[in-house]
Design a protein around this ligand. Structure first.
Ligand code: 1CP
Length: 342
C-alpha cells in the first residue's frame, strides 16, 4: 500500500512535490463555510454539531484537494470541558470566565469529565475518517497548555499575554498546577481523537514566543514533551506536529527536545535559516506569510516557489506561517497550489 503523502513526509521522506494543506483552511474566506456557519447559528454550535463540523472540514478538500484535512473545532473547547464558561461575542472573538486564584484551578473539573463535553468532537472525527478521500490525511489538534492557559487566565485573546505572565509571577505554583491540569486534559483529548480516527495530531502553541528563557523550558517545552511522550506510549505510530509559534532561535532542536515528528514554522522564520538549522532534525511544515493570499499577484507565486525550493533537500509539508485570514481571495489559494505543485 502506498502511504499518504503527508505520512511519508512525517516519516522523514523527501518528496519531489511537498504535500500541502493550510492553517484555518476551513474558515470565513470561503462562502460555503459562511453558509454552513449561518445554518448552525453560531460558531460553538457549529463546533458541537458533528455533521456540520464534518461538512466544513470537507469543504476545502472538495474545493482545493489539499493533502490533509484538519478537524473543525477550537482550542478553547478544553477550557469549556474543564468547567469554564465560553462564548463568542459577535465580531469580538472568544470570551471565557477567568481563572485568577489557586482555588479556581483546584475547582476545575477532573480530567475524566472532559469527554462528556467533547464527545461530539470525537463523532466529527469518526465521520471524517469514513468520508475523506482515501489519499487525504486527517489531522486532529489541541492547543498547547501555555496558549490555552493564556485564554483561561485573561478570559480572552491578549496581544502580550500580560494577565497570564502576571499570574505566573504572582503564584508560580498555582500557575504550574493549571498548566499540569491542561496538560493532562490535552493528553486525554488527543488520545480520544486518535482512537476516533485522527491519523496525525498537531499541538498549537500560538503564544510560545512570549515565553523566554527558563519559562520557555518550563511552560512550552516541558508540557509538549509530556503530552507527546504520553501519546507515543499509547499510540506509537501516530505522528505529531508541534507549533511553537514565534519561538525564533528556539525552533532549533525543538522537535528533538519534545519528541515531535515535525515542527511547524511561523512566517517570521527565514526558510533558508530553518532549512539549515531546523530541517536537519526532520520534517518541517510552513511557512508562507498568509498575507500573500490577500495580496496575490506575482509575489504570491514567487514567494511560494522560494519556500518550496528552500526546503527541497529534506522532508517538508507546505503550509502557511499562520492561519488564512477572512479577507483572503479564494482564487489565490488555487494560485498558491499551482506554484507548489507546478
Ligand atoms: O467562524 C468564526 O467566526 C470563527 C473563527 C474561528 C475558526 C474558523 C475560530 C474562533 N476558530 C476557528 C477554527 C479553528 N481554530 C481551527 C479548525 C479549522 C481549521 O484550521 O481549518 C483550528 C485549528 C483553530 C485553532 C485556534 N483557535 C488557535 C490556534 C491557531 C492560531 O490561529 O494561532 C487559536 C489561538 C484559537 C483561538 C481562537 N478561536 C477563534 C478565534 C477568533 C481565536 C483567536 C482569538 C484571539 O486570540 O483573539
Amino acid at each position: 500500500m502506498t502511504q499518504k503523502t503527508i505520512l511519508r513526509a512525517l516519516a522523514g521522506e523527501r518528496l519531489p512535490t511537498p504535500p500541502v494543506w493550510m492553517m484555518r483552511q476551513a474558515g470565513r474566506y470561503l462562502p460555503e463555510y459562511r453558509a454552513t456557519r449561518a445554518q448552525a447559528g453560531d460558531f460553538l454550535s457549529l463546533c458541537y454539531n458533528p455533521d456540520l463540523a464534518a461538512e466544513v472540514t470537507l469543504q476545502p478538500i472538495r474545493r482545493y484537494g489539499f493533502d490533509a484535512a484538519i478537524l473543525f473545532a477550537d482550542i478553547l473547547l478544553i477550557p469549556q470541558a474543564l468547567g469554564l464558561d465560553l462564548w463568542f461575542a459577535t465580531g469580538e472573538g472568544p470570551r471565557l470566565s477567568t481563572i485568577t486564584h489557586a482555588d479556581q484551578v483546584a475547582a476545575l473539573k477532573p480530567v475524566d469529565a472532559i469527554h462528556e463535553t467533547l464527545s461530539p468532537i470525537y463523532e466529527t472525527v469518526r465521520i471524517l475518517a469514513r468520508e475523506l478521500p482515501r489519499e487525504t490525511t486527517l489531522i486532529g489538534f489541541a492547543g498547547a497548555p501555555w496558549t490555552v492557559a493564556t485564554y483561561m487566565i485573561a478570559g480572552r485573546g491578549t496581544p502580550d499575554q500580560g494577565p497570564a505572565h502576571a499570574f505566573k509571577a504572582a503564584d508560580r505554583a498555582a500557575f504550574s498546577a493549571l498548566i499540569d491540569r491542561v496538560t493532562e486534559a490535552t493528553i486525554a483529548y488527543l488520545s480520544a481523537q486518535i482512537e476516533a480516527g485522527a491519523e496525525v495530531v498537531k499541538l498549537f502553541d500560538s503564544w510560545a514566543g512570549s515565553l523566554k528563557g527558563q519559562d520557555f523550558d518550563d511552560f512550552a517545552l516541558e508540557p509538549a514533551r509530556r503530552i507527546i511522550a504520553a501519546l507515543k506510549a499509547k499510540h506509537p505510530h501516530t505522528p505529531i506536529i508541534a507549533f511553537p509559534r514565534e519561538a525564533g532561535p528556539r525552533y532549533a532542536g525543538f522537535a528533538r527536545a519534545v519528541g515531535a515528528d515535525c515542527v511547524a514554522l511561523d512566517n517570521s522564520v527565514s526558510a533558508d535559516w530553518a532549512a539549515a538549522e531546523v530541517q536537519t532534525d526532520g520534517c518541517v511544515q510552513g511557512n508562507l506569510d498568509p498575507r500573500h493570499l490577500v495580496t496575490g499577484g506575482e509575489a504570491l507565486a514567487t514567494e511560494t516557489r522560494r519556500i518550496v525550493q528552500a526546503f527541497s533537500n529534506g522532508p517538508h509539508i507546505f503550509n502557511l506561517g499562520h492561519g488564512i485570514t477572512p479577507d483572503a481571495d479564494p482564487d489565490n489559494v488555487h494560485r498558491m497550489l499551482e506554484a507548489v505543485r507546478g
